[in-house]
Design a protein around this ligand. Structure first.
Ligand code: ADP
Ligand code: MG
Length: 477
């Protein structure tokens, strides 16, 4: 994707940015959840890198923190790199709208009670606010639940785990770089945060920086813009351990790759540890220059394979313990058998069950209740509609090839079917916008735009509505 895309949002005011974020959240979480929890929020103030968002009640605030804060923060961080922290506050309505009158609830501190409450849900999903050991920390935030202790080891991830532990525990450099790769939701970020937290605790004199490739890119683009690349370089070159997550994001961003290459080389030469992650092995990464690929290959490459049943069961029990819920064995077995795609989904299902129990307090977790609460999720798993299948059927229907659908061609006869396929992928699978985007070689904003466009077209154009409906039928049957 073009790097210019990154600039566009910066021209918008904070309120306009918030409106766009709301549109995206609505798309991602659906209109019902959006209307209940997110629509009542409003931007209160933006001060010193801290964005304050108001909720009308404490309950609502806690719920939003538990379920949406991580996502809101991520989207906002991407839109506007000036935003370092997003805080949720309760607005005292009678007191007007100034932030001074808003009550910042500081009660959400680490404590895992024995039954799920908004707080325990918060603990598990919150990105911890522990960036500020030193004001100069410029990396992305760490999630304090992503520790080695909370990582369940099984056959499919033991090698990556052992490599991560080795790097964390060694004062010298065992291998450089350590390159972790896997499909989504299999624990790469968890392991990287665990390394960072381990070193911070056990060897605080070493500077550790964890940063997503997206943030790295944004920082670089900003440095170029403000002609401040020297400071940018200095920052990165002064760390002892540098971790960059999801480096596939640097694909085709040649300038950033060049800078990354130099930073990388200089850190390795001065004996600093580098840890990287990606969704593919270095050799399989598209859009990465070959000299960089060979650098990425020069240390230890460790992959994490898709989870097996035993590991899923182990993870479910671990997460249930963190959430403070009793998970009966038959429910755990059921979930571990059914939800195989990613650990993130597995965890999501558990959180939904926990939230349900919390709202209808006193309710025990049973298999029936689980099947009921997760019926839409299970339904889509049972249907097993895949994006590949959607692309194939939609392409066939419109008489184009799947290759054309994935190509960069913008001609209407190709672009429209592509948008419809994206729309159906969002509707019929549980894949996220970025995951769908990847299947079309596009980024998540393109998918979002396509979904919106098709939604409009369905209203305006009955023949379009019929086509989409026919395709949906075809795919669901
Ligand atoms: P990735 O970065 O590979 O996409 P993450 O590290 O974000 O995946 O993991 C997704 C979720 O699954 C996180 O909540 C993480 O804690 C959890 N998870 C993944 N693997 C494990 C594991 N082996 N043990 C415990 N939790 C795990
Ligand atoms: Mg990750």
């Amino acid at each position: 994707m073009a790097e210019e895309a990154i600039y566009t949002d910066e021209e918008l005011s904070i309120n306009e940015q918030w409106d766009e974020i709301c549109n995206q959240l609505k798309m991602e979480f659906g209109a019902t959840a959006f209307d209940s929890w997110l629509k009542p929020l409003s931007v209160s103030s933006f001060d010193n890198g801290v964005m304050n968002i108001c909720a009308p009640t404490t309950f609502m605030k806690n719920w939003v923190i538990a379920h949406y804060s991580e996502r809101i923060h991520r989207i906002w961080e991407r839109k506007n790199p000036d935003i370092k922290q997003v805080k949720f506050v309760v607005q005292n309505i009678s007191a007007g709208t100034s932030l001074n009158n808003a009550h910042i609830d500081s009660s959400l501190i680490k404590r895992v009670p024995s039954s799920p409450t908004p707080q325990s849900l918060y603990n598990i999903s919150n990105i911890a606010n522990n960036r500020s050991d030193s004001e100069s920390y410029f990396g992305s935030k760490l999630n304090n639940t992503f520790t080695f202790d909370n990582f369940v080891v099984g056959k499919t991830n033991e090698f990556a785990y052992a490599a991560a532990r080795k790097v964390a525990e060694s004062r010298n450099i065992p291998f450089n770089p350590l390159f972790l790769y896997s499909g989504v939701g299999l624990g790469k970020t968890h392991l990287m945060h665990a390394i960072a937290q381990y070193i911070k605790q056990n060897d605080p004199s070493r500077t550790v920086v964890y940063i997503s490739a997206e943030q790295f890119l944004l920082k670089f683009v900003n440095a170029l813009r403000y002609k401040d690349t020297d400071a940018f370089k200095e920052q990165f070159r002064s760390v002892d351990v540098l971790m960059i997550d999801d480096v596939q994001f640097l694909a085709n961003k040649t300038k950033t790759q060049d800078e990354f290459f130099y930073t990388f080389t200089s850190l390795i030469e001065s004996g600093k540890q580098i840890i990287l992650s990606a969704d593919k092995s270095p050799n399989d990464l598209d859009g990465i220059e070959s000299r960089l690929k060979s650098r990425l290959n020069s240390g230890l490459v460790a992959d994490i394979m898709p989870t097996d049943f035993d590991l899923r069961l182990g993870i479910l029990h671990k997460k249930a313990e963190q959430l403070g819920i009793e998970l009966p064995e038959n429910v755990a077995t059921f979930l571990a058998q059914k939800i195989t795609a990613s650990t993130r989904e597995l965890e999501g299902s558990l959180k939904r069950i926990a939230a349900h129990c919390m709202l209808l307090s006193g309710h025990e977790i049973t298999l029936d209740m689980t099947q009921d609460v997760l019926k839409d999720m299970l339904h889509s798993i049972d249907r097993k509609t895949t994006i590949d299948e959607i692309q194939k059927k939609v392409a066939e229907y419109f008489n184009i090839s799947v290759k054309e659908m994935q190509s960069s061609r913008r001609a209407r006869n190709v672009a429209r079917p592509r948008q419809i396929a994206m729309y159906l992928a969002k509707q019929l699978t549980s894949r996220s916008l970025p995951e769908i985007g990847r299947k079309f070689d596009r980024d998540h904003t393109t998918v979002m735009h396509a979904v919106r466009k098709v939604e409009e077209l369905i209203v305006e154009d009955t023949s379009m509505a019929e086509s989409v409906d026919a395709l949906r039928h075809l795919l669901e049957s």
